[in-house]
Design a protein around this ligand. Structure first.
Ligand code: NAP
Length: 267
């Protein structure tokens, strides 16, 4: 049984991870601005309330982070940073407050709280830090480069943190993820063939450390881009999504012939 700290636990993906962790018998500290919503999720899914504590956490309230960490009911073995904010590029380019909010939630807040957690050498429990990053942080694109640049910074921070913590045998995983069907994407028109479900991604979070995907983020990015182009050109039929049974069958049958989407890269 491990102590799991989920930061930004009201994320649709994080909630599925919370469910998986709790059902596996771990103690979960769910940290979020919206504790009521998590409470409802726990009730709807009949999760064991003894195994889950709800904590208030605001990624943007940097000055509260030290206090937040010191008041945790137990020190974590595994930390998941799931908080994220997305403002569309055409808004963020004109309204700096939106760009700034993305920087604060996706990068600065993460560095603030994860530095505190990572540098606590008295916490002998700590064994893994997992950050949810994005394919948009691999290559800048016209459609979302402001958001993408904050995710890129987060990815690079985690890569360095991995080296920093390796001497203490603490693993850092960065999940570079494609599109997911969550509220962050509400209102965006995304190719339905390329969208993963939150629980599919949650599986990669709770199994981080096991080799589930072999592609590098750049390879994934190319695949996603090729798949999007091919799918658009052909009305979507041939971009294979390995999340679906059909996708897996097609992949086995036509290996190498169609673009394949590996939606989550665990680094
Ligand atoms: N969906 C995708 O396509 C996709 C792809 C790649 C990576 N990601 C990343 O995956 C992570 C999870 O996102 P999601 O897809 O599950 O979307 P989501 O449901 O919108 O989750 C994002 C969460 O971040 C929380 N958050 C925002 N600002 C915060 C703050 N100041 N303090 C604490 N929490 C804050 C939100 O809290 P509230 O509920 O209180 O608003 C929300 O629950 C994010 O980091 C996102 O960038 C998503």
């Amino acid at each position: 049984m491990k102590n799991i700290l989920i930061l930004g636990a009201n994320s649709d993906v994080a909630k599925q991870a919370l469910k998986r962790y709790a059902e596996a018998g771990h103690l979960v500290m769910a940290a979020s601005r919206n504790m009521e919503s998590i409470q409802s999720f726990i009730q709807e899914n009949a999760l064991d309330t003894q195994k889950i504590s709800l904590l208030y956490f605001d990624a943007e309230d940097f000055s509260s982070h030290q206090r937040f960490y010191e008041s945790l009911p137990q020190k974590p073995h595994i930390v998941v940073y799931a908080a994220g904010f997305l403002s569309q590029n055409n808004i963020a380019l004109f309204d700096f407050s939106k760009a700034h909010q993305m920087m604060k939630v996706n990068y600065i807040g993460a560095v603030s709280i994860l530095n505190i957690i990572a540098m606590d050498k008295d916490n002998n429990n700590l064994e893994r830090i997992i950050g949810l990053s994005s394919l948009s942080g691999v290559r800048g694109r016209k459609s979302n480069f402001v958001y993408g640049s904050t995710k890129s910074a987060f990815t690079q921070y985690l890569a360095g943190l991995r080296q920093e913590l390796s001497g203490r045998k603490i693993t850092v995983n960065v999940l570079v993820i494609g599109y997911i069907n969550t509220k962050i994407n509400q209102g965006l028109q995304l190719n339905p063939n390329l969208i993963m479900q939150p629980d599919f991604v949650a599986k990669y979070i709770v199994h981080a450390g096991k080799k589930l995907c072999h592609r590098s983020p750049l390879e994934m990015e190319n695949h996603l881009q090729n798949s999007t182009m091919v799918a658009r050109a052909m009305g979507c039929p041939f971009a294979i999504n390995l999340q679906t049974d059909l996708g897996r069958q097609l992949h086995r049958k036509f290996r190498g012939q169609f673009p394949v989407i590996h939606g989550v890269h665990v680094g």
